[in-house]
Design a binder for this molecule. Structure first.
Ligand SMILES: NC(=O)c1ccc[n+]([C@@H]2O[C@H](COP(=O)([O-])OP(=O)(O)OC[C@H]3O[C@@H](n4cnc5c(N)ncnc54)[C@H](OP(=O)(O)O)[C@@H]3O)[C@@H](O)[C@H]2O)c1
Length: 339
């Protein structure tokens, strides 16, 4: 490589932990040494740094797979970088790769798992940390493997102008679905429609989101791919079609929250547990009645199933018994035995 490798480099360190929305003064530009590669390592010069929402969780120690950043640490992050010095058998100077140099000009790599060589002929290398990188894979896996779109369905996605959301809508369109986006502001909505070719895009920052969703998805939402959580998720859930699938991908609206949690359950544990949440309506399962009765009647007779009843005596006791039930005071199946 003709470019000489300097002895020092610029890097961005965490200066202090942000309170709420991060500010530039939480970070500090500093100078540090350019390291030398040891056996099995290569040194690369950062070409592109990926800024991703998950970094907010890494800073505050809320990320499952990354260690909390300490003040004075160089900020972590995925990068596209060009190899400038190598003692790694598979990487030569001039190669371009996805590495994790963080917020600095040079970094060492050892061939970690997310390290991937890029072909500049195949696509602009910056896409290796964007649409053809982690955000693209998120959209691909979340929509196609969890959402399971079928032609003709309506797919709604929030943060539709970002790398994950824009990819979700475009994959939905390719799958024969109608893609509807939600984004903040007219400029983003125009991009979502004109550039990413969504059928519709709703600006959630003005007007009534519920009304807008009803108008844009008159048959209901078959797949909601949620990138933001909060009020947008609440509005989308009120407009689901029968058999809808909801893919919980991210909770952008809560990442900066350092105050008390908002009311209602936090859904982030569902994302972390890769949980499947399904709606149950017993009347859909009438066809299982005979199997249920055959098995459970026998188990009752054999003493393998027990039961308990909380019986009030007389119709006049019905209101009180009902109120006890609704206060959780019943012990067993609440019944009223009439005279
Ligand atoms: N589960 C996973 O493995 C995984 C992997 C990658 C990414 N993600 C998640 O996917 C989501 C999108 O990631 P991305 O990289 O594509 O980011 P992005 O769309 O470039 O940026 C996030 C966007 O979220 C929106 N937003 C911010 N605050 C909001 C609020 N209070 N209410 C509603 N929307 C808000 C903003 O767009 P608007 O102006 O349009 O609101 C912002 O541009 C994030 O939640 C991220 O954490 C999850």
């Amino acid at each position: 490589m003709s470019r000489t490798i300097p002895e020092t480099q610029r890097q961005v360190q965490l200066r202090r932990y942000p309170e709420g929305v991060p500010e530039t003064s939480d970070f500090e530009l500093a100078e540090g040494p350019v390291p030398q590669p040891a056996d099995g390592e290569f040194l690369s010069r950062t070409l592109y740094l990926s800024l991703d929402p998950y970094l907010r969780g890494v800073i505050s120690g809320r990320h499952l797979y990354a260690e909390k950043v300490s003040t004075g640490d160089v900020m972590p992050g995925r990068t596209v970088a060009q190899v400038v010095d190598s003692r790694h058998p598979d990487f030569a100077p001039g190669d371009t790769a996805v590495c994790s140099n963080g917020w600095q000009e040079y970094g060492l790599s050892t061939g970690a798992i997310d390290l991937r060589k890029l072909d500049p002929e195949a696509a602009p290398v910056s896409t290796g940390i964007g649409i053809l990188g982690m955000p693209g894979l998120t959209a691909w896996a979340g929509l196609l493997h969890l959402g399971e779109p079928m032609p003709g369905e309506t797919v709604l996605v929030s943060a539709a102008c970002g790398p994950v959301g824009s990819m979700v809508g475009q994959l939905a369109r390719i799958a024969g679905c109608q893609a509807v986006g939600i984004a903040g502001g007219p400029e983003k909505c125009a991009i979502v429609k004109d550039e990413f070719r969504f059928a519709e895009c709703i600006d959630y920052k003005t007007g009534d989101l519920g009304d807008k969703l009803k108008a844009a998805c008159p048959e209901g939402i078959d797949i909601y791919f949620d990138n933001v959580g909060g009020d947008v998720l609440t509005a989308a859930m009120a407009n689901l079609a029968q058999g809808a699938r909801v893919v919980l991908c991210g909770m952008m609206s809560g990442y900066n929250n350092t105050g008390p949690p908002p009311p209602g359950p936090s859904l982030i544990p569902l994302v972390m547990a890769r949980a499947t949440v399904r709606g149950l309506v017993v009347y859909d399962h009438e066809d299982k009645q005979q199997d249920f009765l055959r098995a459970c009647t026998r188990w009752l007779q054999e003493g393998r199933i027990r039961y308990r009843e909380d019986i009030a005596e007389g119709i006049e006791e019905a209101p009180d018994a009902f109120c006890r039930l609704m206060r959780g005071k019943n012990v067993g199946k609440a019944l009223v035995q009439f005279a």
